[in-house]
Design a protein around this ligand. Structure first.
Ligand SMILES: [Ca+2]
Length: 126
């Protein structure tokens, strides 16, 4: 019995950036992002929030959006987190309810837990 069947966890494609719905408009969000003077690729909470307030959404809503968008909870937004925040603002302005927790498909690719990462790291023996 040599056929070892690893439990197949479907990893959809390899191009996760392409199936990240936010990436469709990310170039537009990026333009705003870079006007907010990111430091080390991240904008501060103050700058990001100031921009988010332009949406005229109530603070409570923006607070929710912030929590969803700041995936790594460092109080700053990188370009992907910022794009996600803008995306959530757009959704809300279009009349949709915000998710309570960020669904997997909305998690920025660089913040997704890569199921293969552990294996890779454990195999660096040389
Ligand atoms: Ca963050």
């Amino acid at each position: 019995m040599l056929s070892v069947n690893f439990p197949t966890r479907q990893i959809p494609g390899r191009a996760d950036t392409e199936d990240w719905i936010v990436s469709r408009d990310k170039h537009r969000y990026d333009e705003i992002f870079y006007t907010l003077m990111p430091i080390n690729g991240k904008v501060t909470g103050i700058n990001a929030k100031r921009e988010m307030m332009n949406s005229r959404l109530p603070n409570t809503v923006l607070g929710k959006i912030w929590k969803l968008a700041d995936c790594d909870k460092d109080g700053m937004l990188d370009d992907e987190e910022f794009a996600l925040a803008q995306h959530l603002i757009k959704i809300k302005l279009e009349g949709f309810e915000l998710p309570i927790e960020l669904p997997n498909h909305l998690v920025p690719p660089s913040h997704r837990k890569d199921p293969t990462a552990d294996i890779l790291y454990n195999h660096q023996e040389d």
